[in-house]
Design a protein around this ligand. Structure first.
Ligand code: THU
Length: 137
């Protein structure tokens, strides 16, 4: 776990350099670990039409999904902020839906690291279980 966490942080740190963030200048790197021990990375990619921007976490997950992988065990996010930056609300929803209650490691360039569970970041989450029950008609 510790070794894999280190690998995730290193990968997220490296891919962060590739962030396309000309508008916010806020570079984010993410790396997600698959059940088979593979690592997929992603950086944020911004659009001049700001709302089309995609966060690093989702890029990493979409890359894995598009390669046919859909079982994940850990995700790391690296940002150059003093206060460790957690995933945004949209990414929390996507991480929950595609990865479940996995550990989320936040790190910065100073070497600060903190790990928490997804259920702490998104309590009482909405997911597909609700679509299958509580039907009115
Ligand atoms: N960003 C991420 O990549 N992940 C997050 O969870 C928070 C926000 C990006 C989106 C945008 O490119 C920049 O950070 C500023 O919001």
């Amino acid at each position: 776990m510790k070794e894999k966490q280190e690998e995730l942080i290193k990968t997220a740190r490296e891919v962060r350099e590739k962030a396309h963030a000309p508008f916010s200048k806020f570079k984010v790197g993410a790396a997600v670990l698959t059940k088979d021990g593979e690592v997929f990375s992603g950086c944020n990619v911004e659009s001049a039409s700001y709302g089309l921007t995609v966060c690093a976490e989702r890029v990493a997950i979409w890359k894995a999904i598009s390669e046919g992988i859909n079982e994940f065990t850990h995700i790391a996010v690296v940002v150059d902020t003093k206060r460790l930056t957690p995933p945004c609300g949209t990414c929390r929803q996507i991480i929950w839906e595609f990865c479940g209650d996995i550990p989320v490691t936040l790190a910065n360039l100073d070497g600060d690291v903190e790990t928490m569970q997804m259920r702490e970041l998104l309590p009482r989450a909405f997911d597909n279980k609700f679509l299958k029950s509580n039907k009115v008609s």
